[in-house]
Design a protein around this ligand. Sequence first.
Ligand SMILES: NC(=O)CC[C@H](N)C(=O)O
Length: 231
Amino acid sequence: MNFAVLVFPGSNCDIDMYKAIEDTIGQPVDYVWHTDGDLSKYDCILVPGGFSYGDYLRCGAIAQFTNVMKAVVKAAEEGKYILGICNGFQVLTEARLLPGALLRNNGMKFRCHQTLLRVENNNTAFTRDYAEGELIEIPIAHGEGNYYCDEATLKELQENNQIVFRYEAGNNPNGSLDDIAGISNKAGNVVGMMPHPERAVHEILGSADGKKMFTSILSAWREKHDAAAIR
Ligand SMILES: NC(=O)CC[C@H](N)C(=O)O
């Protein structure tokens, strides 16, 4: 399975993401620069955290216009797996691959600490190795992680089971609507989340609870491809 880690000017979690793939599932992984418009060889595209284009205008607002994001939109339509973490989540909402927006944290402060998340939907390619309702410890590091969408969109997210992660009750660090920490698109192949699973893949980092996201992606992909090979 081939992984791409996108790199924009200002990305700063690209190396962590690359290492997380190497360390957890040992699959081929490349950095792909923002000017590159061809993602055809990749099965999963990882949009890492950071401060793309210095967070000018809004976080993720400029990255959406790059060649590589045009290729991401195409890859999403083809059903490939796309995972955006933190700034990557912001980029995916700006590119309209995920609904809603990430506003300034309600306390107006950059928050950087462990959070307790509940796996609300383990029926996705990104979370299948977790139990439904499992509590996991994953760090956050953001100034604009306050998820917001209109009422109709929230209802749709709830009804379609698109809320993948919530901050555990009483632990919402940023004012996110409905305690939302991560969502998927309707088809389930695009996920965005503010917490950083790639920073939680070894006990020495404080938690290894992020590992199962990467093992999930690989096992979902293998299952799909084995099934295709049998047909
Ligand atoms: N770690 C990150 O990706 C930070 C995201 C974004 N620049 C923010 O502060 O909200």
